[in-house]
Design a binder for this molecule. Structure first.
Ligand code: NAD
Ligand code: UGA
Length: 386
């Protein structure tokens, strides 16, 4: 660890990082990385700590003393400013970010992604502290190509679908399509941060993750989350596979996504943390343009990989179609296609994703099987109370 240098050959000085949302999926992987590979200190802020418990206890862990958990809700806790002042850098990951909430809890979604982030931006700006803020690829909304006639040749032209930080527009649906409450709130906080940079000199980096997936993402309904809860697609499909139910394809599973392995993506964040001169003032797409599939293809691949890791043959009818209204309720809408342009992150940080979709599903589903199969077996065999 000693003698590490940044991309320009300068020694990296240990820093204190205030990480808000550290107990979530991305936060837990980022804390792991910072504890095992750096000398930085983390003030880990969240309302939950289950996903980082293994980093906090026992006191004999090699990084004990470098990570401190602060259980607080940033909506209403006066300790927040003090923590930001104690740190050199703040990373804000806190958000409601599951699509099932966007159209059913639009107020909570907007408050969480815009209003609750305001004090974080303000305290960083007023105290001259650097901020890395987590936005989303959803700020791009739908592709330009999706508005062209179905048979238009232009749909094949990357100019109509590849998403670029500095030139692509943000295209959302109408207001009654409440799906876009999340993307719109994220867009406005991006604009506010950008304006704080321009007018008040805030040193910021904005991250737009493109479907990062891996172990510890969301929850398995009825096991470590509510039975009726609807997590993101990786956890929905994992839950179906673990319970030997068909995977539900929303509106035929035609939407396309690019998935990146969480461990590859965390490398990119690590580079941003330690190369402020190259990361400040930038908005970065972080995704894997080579891992594109339709949701239907994702379901088929997950079914095949899960059969391999569990040793159980797949169901004969592995998938079932369901309408978005039935699955998500009124006001759902979808991004058609999400391919990140990698020019900026490549130029500034030299980062490239490495892991193929098959390999990342193999390691992730091995984890899901090891972590949940037994608990699911017990839950299923329990007699239902009459
Ligand atoms: N996972 C992805 O692929 C992805 C994609 C796009 C954007 N993002 C963004 O990245 C960030 C992190 O995503 P994630 O996948 O780790 O989500 P997550 O839900 O696993 O983590 C978010 C964490 O923030 C905490 N939190 C929320 N509100 C809080 C509050 N008021 N006070 C304190 N803690 C609070 C939650 O308890 C949770 O632990 C979010 O801003 C999300 O919008 C993630
Ligand atoms: O991860 C990201 O980069 C961003 O995208 C996600 O949005 P989305 O990709 O639409 O969310 P998922 O729940 O992962 O759904 C992906 C696709 O699978 C479909 N789906 C989901 C669940 C399911 O059981 N079946 C199914 O067909 C959805 O309709 C959607 O088309 C979330 O908004 C955020 O976590 C984040 O901002």
């Amino acid at each position: 660890m000693a003698g590490r240098v940044d991309l320009d050959g300068n020694p990296i000085k240990p820093m204190t990082i205030c990480m808000i949302g550290a107990g979530g999926f991305i936060g837990s992987h980022l804390c792991e990385k910072l504890m095992s590979e750096t000398e930085h200190k983390v003030l880990a802020v969240d309302v939950y700590s289950d996903k980082i418990k293994h980093l906090l206890e026992p006191a004999s862990l090699p990084w004990a003393g470098r990570i401190q958990f602060h259980r607080l809700n940033i909506k209403n806790d006066s300790r927040l400013e003090g923590l930001i002042k104690m740190a050199d850098l703040t990373i804000n990951l806190a958000a409601i970010c599951t699509p099932a909430d966007y159209n059913t809890r639009p107020l909570d979604t907007i408050y969480s992604n815009f209003i609750d982030a305001l004090p974080v931006v303000k305290y960083c700006s007023e105290n001259g502290k650097r901020l890395i803020h987590f936005s989303t690829c959803e700020v791009y909304g739908k592709t330009i190509g999706s508005f062209l006639p179905k048979d238009s040749q232009l749909r094949q032209d990357p100019a109509y679908y590849v998403l670029k930080e500095d030139t692509s527009p943000c295209i959302f649906g109408s207001i009654e399509k409440q799906r876009w409450s999340y993307a719109c709130a994220k867009q406005l906080i991006e604009r506010l941060i950008y304006a704080e940079g321009a007018e008040n000199g805030l040193e910021f980096t904005i991250v737009r993750p493109f479907n990062w997936i891996g172990p510890r993402m969301d929850f398995i309904p009825g096991i470590d989350g509510p039975s009726e809860g609807v997590p993101r697609v990786l956890a929905c499909f994992s839950n179906n596979l673990l319970r030997r139910e068909p995977l539900k394809l929303v509106d035929g599973g035609q939407s396309q996504r690019t998935f990146v392995y969480i461990k590859d993506a965390i490398e990119a964040v690590h580079l941003m943390i330690e190369n402020p001169a190259r990361a400040n003032g930038q908005i970065f797409n972080v995704g894997n343009p080579n891992n594109e599939v339709t949701v239907r293809q994702l379901a088929e691949m997950m079914t095949e990989v899960y059969a391999k890791v569990s040793g159980e043959p797949p169901l004969e009818a592995a998938t079932i179609d369901v309408s978005s209204k039935e699955f998500y309720g009124e006001g759902y809408d979808d991004s058609d296609k999400r391919i990140p342009d990698m020019t900026i992150i490549n130029k500034q940080l030299g980062w490239n994703p490495k892991t193929s979709l098959w390999d990342l599903l193999d390691s992730t589903l091995t984890y899901q099987h090891r972590t949940y199969a037994e608990a699911i077996r017990k839950a299923i065999s329990k007699p239902v109370a009459s």
